[in-house]
Structures are given as structure tokens and as C-alpha cells.
Design a protein around this ligand. Structure first.
Ligand SMILES: *Cc1c(COP(=O)(O)O)cnc(C)c1O
Length: 365
């Protein structure tokens, strides 16, 4: 094997426990996008076993896959546009988020009272009812079971922003609009990870945690890193050094010769590239090897990238290196890789490619 993503499911369990807190807030483990790259089925089953009350996904296919692999907890799918196979959703006992009259019309023609969650646009201008709201309120709700209502914060990772207050207010207004027509759903939910950690006034009956479940911070700048939040990063990404070689000073490295060695040094060729989710633009991250950080030098290629090991490195061809981990030994983190590529930890872990095996085991050093 030349690369692996080691996923410590015990850390996910610990994160669930922390996020539920002393009040044991009901929690939806958000496992969309292959559980943010950590493995949909493995994480889904582990989360359920570790106290997650609900599972949440974007796609109907993701929800069905969870069901067919034995998840019994309630599952909500929220990116299910008109024309989707709503029958399959009902057959697999999957709750569907409804955000348009068109989708509602299709769903409410099905037998057996489909379970729905009405999604409100409270200010993000993404999912949820906005302009159709007043017309939607005139619908016939007798053919569906309205289990929940929900919305999503645009700026929960900036807890001081007025928009959080405004969205919470709008949420309560839309709940009242429904109550006025006799609809009082059992489950109201609004909080993502950041609001779960920083805005207990928005917890309602269920919190929807994604990034924090995986032990990563929703926002490094405003909320601090994993350690500051008490979260345990679940993924450790490792790769092998395909090759170690000595080169002279001023040697060009990689496509476009965008970098040159500044001294006589050893280079390590890491057996991972942008096909595996290593951002091509990354500069300023690298790997952890032989007890030190070795930074990327030159451009990342499709299957490999080169690091400057330094002249005294003892690293050898075939050694394992840590691309990112929890940072406790000095290794780079998913936060570092996000910063190094003009992105965020979410994108780093989610884009780890399918040809990197996921190994469900403790991290190794
Ligand atoms: C992705 C997503 C979440 C989880 O967000 P995190 O910031 O990862 O906790 C919650 N709710 C909805 C609707 C989402 O799309």
C-alpha cells in the first residue's frame, strides 16, 4: 500500500459524546459526502452505535445506502429535488426535506403519508422556502406527516454576527406561521457544528453536526482549532515515500520548475497527488517524517508531490510519512492544508479521493 486514510471511530464516538454535552442534546450525525471523506457506511453505523440519534445526508442515494447497510436510526435527506425517486424514500423509511411546492406536490401524492421536514430559508438564500412560503402555507398537508422543520445558518462560525440573531428570529416566525395553520412539528432543528458549539439558544430539539463529528473545527479563526474545542480529529492521512534522493543547490523541482532547492538537500517523493485529493495549489503544507515537518517543494502532480526533507534527514525510500493528523506530534493538520490551499479543512478531508483506502484503526506514529 502506498497511501491510507486511518479513521479512528473511537474518536468519532468521543466527539459525539462531547457534542451532546451534559444536557444530552439529541444529535444528528451529518454523514453526507461519504461522511466528509471518512466513509459513509462505517461512520454511519459507528455514529448510531455511539449515541447519534439521527443521521443526516444530502442525497437520497446516501440515505438508501445507509438503510441497506443496516442503519435503523431515523435518516433525513435534504437535497432531494423534484423528479427524485420519492417512492424509494418512503420504501426505505427516509425522511425527506421539502423546500419547494413542486417537490411537495410530488411527495404528497404518494401513499402512506411520507415523512417530511419543511426547510425554511431564514436568510442564507440557499435551501428552503422563501418566496413560495405564503402560497405553500395554503397546501393540503393531510397526505404527509410533518415530522420536522429546519433551517441552516450562514454565519454560525462567526457567533457575534447579527445575521445569527436575525435568522433565529425568522426561524421562530416561520414556526409560528405553521402553528397558525395547525401544524406543530415534533422536531425543530437549526444548528450546524458551529451553532452546536457556540449558540445553545439555537439547539431546539436536535443539532446537526458534521465537521465537529470528525473532530475538526468549523472555523479556525473564530472558534479556534480542534484542541481548543476539545475535539479529536478522526482522520490521519499517511503516504509512503516512493523515493528519497540527494540533489544539489539550485536544482529545479517539478512541473514548470516553479521551485528550486536553496541548498544541497534531500528530496522525498510522496506517493500521493491531486488525484488523491492533495490540492494542486497547496503551498506551505507538507509531511511529517523522521520527527520533523518537510514542506512541499514545487507543484503537486497527479499522483505524487515532492517535499524538502533537509540535508540531514534520515528518511528512506519506502518510509511512511504523515500528510496530516491531529497535530499533537508536530505534524500538519487538515486545518494547515486548508490554509495552504486557500480553502478549509472541510474541503481537504471531503476530497480525499476514492483510491485512498480508508482503514478503520487507531492513528500510528
Ligand atoms: C452540511 C450540513 C450540516 C453540517 O454542517 P457542519 O458545519 O459540518 O456541522 C448541517 N445541516 C445542513 C443542512 C448541512 O447541509
Amino acid at each position: 500500500m502506498r497511501a491510507e486514510a486511518r479513521i479512528d471511530l473511537d474518536r468519532i464516538a468521543a466527539n459525539i459524546n462531547l457534542l451532546k454535552g451534559p444536557t444530552r442534546t439529541p444529535l444528528m450525525a451529518v454523514v453526507k459526502a461519504d461522511a466528509y471523506g471518512h466513509g459513509l457506511v462505517e461512520v454511519g453505523l459507528a455514529a448510531e452505535k455511539s449515541g447519534a440519534d439521527w443521521l443526516g445526508v444530502a442525497l437520497l442515494e446516501e440515505a438508501i445506502k445507509l438503510r441497506t447497510h443496516g442503519v435503523r436510526a431515523p435518516i433525513l435527506a435534504w437535497l432531494v429535488p423534484p423528479g427524485s425517486d420519492f417512492k424509494q424514500a418512503v420504501a426505505h423509511d427516509i425522511d425527506i426535506a421539502v423546500a419547494s411546492i413542486a417537490a411537495f406536490k410530488e411527495i404528497s401524492t404518494l401513499p402512506n403519508k411520507p415523512r417530511i421536514h419543511i426547510e425554511f430559508d431564514t436568510g442564507m438564500s440557499r435551501g428552503g422556502f422563501l418566496d413560495e412560503w405564503n402560497e405553500f402555507l395554503k397546501s393540503d398537508f393531510s397526505k404527509v406527516h410533518v415530522i420536522g422543520v429546519f433551517s441552516h445558518f450562514a454565519r454560525a462560525d462567526e457567533p457575534e454576527e447579527q445575521q445569527n440573531v436575525d435568522q433565529l428570529k425568522r426561524f421562530n416566525e416561520m414556526v409560528t406561521d405553521l402553528a397558525d395553520i395547525g401544524i406543530n412539528p415534533e422536531i425543530k432543528h437549526l444548528s450546524n457544528s458551529a451553532a452546536t458549539l457556540k449558540n445553545s439558544a439555537a439547539h431546539f430539539d436536535l443539532v446537526r453536526t458534521g465537521i465537529s463529528l470528525y473532530g475538526l473545527t468549523p472555523d479556525l479563526k473564530h472558534l479556534g482549532d480542534s484542541k481548543a474545542l476539545g475535539l479529536a480529529p478522526a482522520m490521519q492521512l499517511r503516504a509512503k515515500l516512493h523515493l528519497v534522493k540527494s540533489v544539489a543547490a539550485h536544482t529545479p523541482v517539478g512541473y514548470g520548475a516553479t521551485a528550486h532547492t536553496d541548498k544541497q538537500t534531500k528530496l522525498g517523493v510522496v506517493a500521493m497527488g491531486y488525484a488523491d485529493g492533495i490540492p494542486r495549489v497547496a503551498q506551505g503544507a507538507g509531511v511529517f517524517v523522521d520527527g520533523v515537518r518537510a514542506p512541499i517543494i514545487g507543484r503537486v502532480s497527479m499522483d505524487q508531490f515532492v517535499v524538502d526533507l533537509g540535508p540531514g534527514s534520515q528518511a528512506k525510500s519506502g518510509d511512511w510519512v504523515i500528510v496530516f493528523g491531529d497535530g499533537t506530534r508536530g505534524e500538519y493538520t487538515a486545518d494547515d492544508w486548508g490554509a495552504a490551499s486557500g480553502s478549509i479543512n472541510y474541503e481537504i478531508v471531503t476530497r480525499i479521493g476514492p483510491r485512498v483506502p480508508r482503514i478503520y484503526a487507531p492513528h500510528v506514529y
